[in-house]
Design a protein around this ligand. Sequence first.
Ligand SMILES: NC(=O)c1ccc[n+]([C@@H]2O[C@H](COP(=O)([O-])OP(=O)(O)OC[C@H]3O[C@@H](n4cnc5c(N)ncnc54)[C@H](O)[C@@H]3O)[C@@H](O)[C@H]2O)c1
Length: 358
Amino acid sequence: MAKPVQIEVWNPNGKYRVISTKSMPGTRWIDLLVQQDCRVEICTLNKTILSVEDIIALIGDKCDGVIGQLTEDWGDTLFSALSKAGGKAFSNMAVGYNNVDVDAATKYGVAVGNTPGVLTETTAELAASLSLAAARRIVEADGFMRAGLYEGWLPHLFVGNLLKGQTVGVIGAGRIGSAYARMMVEGFKMNLIYYDLYQATRLEKFVTAYGQFLKANGEQPVTWKRASSMDEVLQEADVISLHPILDKTTYHLVNKERLSMMKKEAILVNCSRGPVVDEVALVEHLRENPMFRVGLDVFEDEPYMKPGLADMKNAVVVPHIASASKWTREGMATLAALNVLVDMRSLHINFFIILHSI
Ligand SMILES: NC(=O)c1ccc[n+]([C@@H]2O[C@H](COP(=O)([O-])OP(=O)(O)OC[C@H]3O[C@@H](n4cnc5c(N)ncnc54)[C@H](O)[C@@H]3O)[C@@H](O)[C@H]2O)c1
């Protein structure tokens, strides 16, 4: 027998049963589901990451759709359980879907959705924040002040890196990578070098036009370059931000060998997924190169950090908060609800009403 689960219920008499494995910001997503005759059940279990077993208990015998989180393991077992319960839709409240086995979902006839677009600017802004925090040693300096160590201005106190005129490197110039590149180019007049499997034409046009604008105003124009390899970016850039998806091709993309190619005073930022960086190699590199700095939002074994990372003064670490702005999180919840509604195609939902109401 399935174990009991703690839930909050909206619209108890709704025809379709939709589960959210977590409470999500705002109420718009709930309103959308309720308007379409869904009974919405939100798991209120006081546990940060739900196990597969917890989610099976939530799904129960009848479930039309689920909104889940990137911390959950959506593989064969869960899609089989959802399908058996009559489920047709699963939406990941994230743009990345490396926690979802799409082949398994397809096998069981469950459509999968994610929430791209609404995270772009917010995530890019955190990458920019980490770049600045690392370049200007803000976290170290903050700790110094709070510890009562400040005795007065000194020429050598917390000297960091100037960004203006330096080169920003972007690995993975998709939605977020391109937004970050524009922020760094426009905000700090950095030159751009990027590597992606595809050409980022809009980004190139933006930097070209901005360079022309600067020149017309008597300033040094910014430049861009599409690198033919990732190594070229690592060797040339002063600040490197990682924005590819996580898959087999990007696992440990930044490893010991690649770290050694980077400038000794370079800054590395990771707001993509933890396993894109070999974190053990990174800790060793940080230890051996005190002027090399990192800004990390994601980690290989979340919620844990590899041994030694927390002691590194040249690392700025935050707990996977890149998409954590109110606007974005409410937008992600809304998109996740719409995904479930759209994917429960057999329910003959009036799409005009849904789209009209957002
Ligand atoms: N830290 C967070 O909270 C957070 C928030 C949002 C997104 N993300 C991560 O950021 C990723 C990117 O999101 P997006 O919306 O920009 O996706 P996107 O699909 O628009 O961009 C990903 C880019 O990576 C490129 N790419 C893929 N494989 C590559 C490789 N081997 N080398 C170089 N480039 C490669 C793709 O061509 C694409 O342009 C997501 O998949 C997710 O994992 C993290």
